[in-house]
Design a protein. Structure first.
Lengths: 73, 368
């Protein structure tokens, strides 16, 4: 399909079908989906340092809340 | 400075005849560009760290695009680098007695100052919405436009009185008409439109700077042609005595722009902010007026106009008057992103569009 969003949605739907055991002939599925055009005009950027910082931030915020609850009780 | 010192030394003794090299616009233009690049490269790393330390970071506005949030925390005020590099380069290599150069430099500094004030307020107040008000910005820009008009149409104009008020149209050899005093109104609106058009375009990493370089490059060619009696006569353009010096000015911008793009390309390490975008817009507006190419700008700067018009039509006519969107999204680059194009794809395709428009504009030199 011309729009990558439609192709992606189709692949996601197929994934769900496999996960639920509805599609069992996986070799056939792999053969068919190998014809999918996987190039796209979009991508999601992933910045290692920013993700690590976000994890650290969330951990620290989580600890802060735990300590706050501990002190309050 | 080097230009003036060189000419003085030349006049003192024949032994320094090699300094005649400084009389050539081409040489000084190349040196201006290289000097500006060098200055940006030298200053940028420290400047970026300093902006981090002082918390002059970009504040994200809600646009509905996920990648916009990756930009939060990127240092802004990068326009200061552009302006400083240009100013130093021009001071070194430019003919500081040339009125064309002085007017363009004044535009760069004034509009850059407005943008700096806006960026400063946004950063210090911690919100992208809390900069200078729209009306305040327009009034400040209008003040410069009025002063510029007074000089441009007055006795100190760098253009001859008969030429200053004539309206030249691309593809036509002769001026279309003489607007007289109404030329002032035309320039006023033109300057405000162009300055803000570049500002609106500056929304993605590298999107504003490269098309600006293309536009400025074409204007540099026009400046060189119109400042040369032989080329101007051959191509049937009005000869503007001294306009060739704008080639040095624009070359300094191109050098500074390329240096800035080194750090501004995706993922950007620094943004130019309103400091840079307004400075560039003001500069391009003044250059277009000085070179009598106002009506070429819709073609040459078509990308900027498309961005500005989609944004203003969406906001003023669509949302505020009709109560609904007219375009899918505005400005143009947001529309492309919402349709599923990655930021880098949008930027490079719009660069290609800007490049093609620049080529077409160059073609108007001969197709007349």
């Amino acid at each position: 399909h011309h729009y990558w969003q439609v192709r992606e949605a189709a692949l996601r739907a197929l994934t769900m079908l496999v996960e639920r055991g509805i599609v069992t002939d996986r070799n056939w599925l792999l053969k068919e989906t190998s014809r999918f055009i996987l190039t796209t005009t979009n991508f999601r950027s992933y910045f290692d340092i920013k993700e690590t910082y976000r994890t650290l931030y969330a951990l620290c915020k989580g600890d802060e809340e735990d300590n706050g609850q501990g002190q309050g009780s | 400075m080097i230009y003036h010192i060189g000419r003085w030394i030349q006049s003192q003794a024949d032994a320094f005849g090699f300094l005649r090299l400084l009389n050539y616009l081409s040489f000084r233009s190349i040196m201006a560009a290289l000097t500006a690049v060098l200055i940006v490269f030298l200053l940028s790393p420290r400047f970026i760290r300093a902006m981090h330390r002082r918390n002059f970071l970009d504040r994200v506005r809600e646009t509905g695009i996920d990648s916009a949030f990756d930009k939060a925390g990127t240092p802004t005020l990068g326009g200061v680098l552009l302006i400083v590099a240009m100013a130093v380069s021009i001071l070194l290599w430019g003919n500081l007695a040339n009125p064309f150069l002085l007017l363009s430099l004044a535009a760069l500094l004034w509009f850059g100052g407005i943008g700096f004030w806006d960026d400063w307020l946004k950063s210090s107040r911690g919100s992208g919405e809390k900069g200078l008000g729209e009306i305040t910005k327009l009034v400040l820009q209008g003040l410069f436009a009025l002063a510029f008009i007074a000089v441009y149409l007055g006795p100190f104009s760098p253009l001859e009185p008969g030429t200053a008020t004539q309206l030249y149209v691309p593809f036509l050899k002769r001026p279309l008409l003489d607007l007289g005093i109404f030329y002032g109104f035309f320039i006023f609106l033109f300057m405000l439109l162009v300055a803000n058009a570049v500002n609106i375009t500056d929304g993605l990493d590298g999107l504003a700077i490269t098309p600006s370089i293309f536009v400025a490059g074409v204007l540099a060619v026009f400046a060189y042609v119109m400042g040369n009696t032989i080329y101007a006569g051959y191509l049937q353009y009005p000869y503007l005595h001294g306009a060739g010096e704008l080639t040095v000015f624009v070359s300094a911008f191109i050098g500074a722009g390329l240096g800035f793009l080194w750090y501004n390309a995706y993922p950007a390490q620094i943004f130019m902010g309103d400091t840079g975008s307004l400075a560039i817009g003001g500069m391009l507006a003044v250059l277009s007026v000085l070179l009598k190419q106002e009506l070429l700008f819709p073609l040459l700067g078509g990308l900027f106009l498309a961005e500005a018009l989609t944004s203003q039509i969406q906001d003023k006519i669509g949302v505020r008057w009709l109560g609904r969107r007219i375009f899918y999204r505005a400005p143009l680059h947001h529309s492309l992103q919402h349709r599923g194009f990655a930021e880098t794809k949008v930027v490079i395709r719009l660069w290609i569009v800007a490049g093609l428009l620049a080529l077409l504009s160059l073609a108007t030199l001969k197709i007349r």
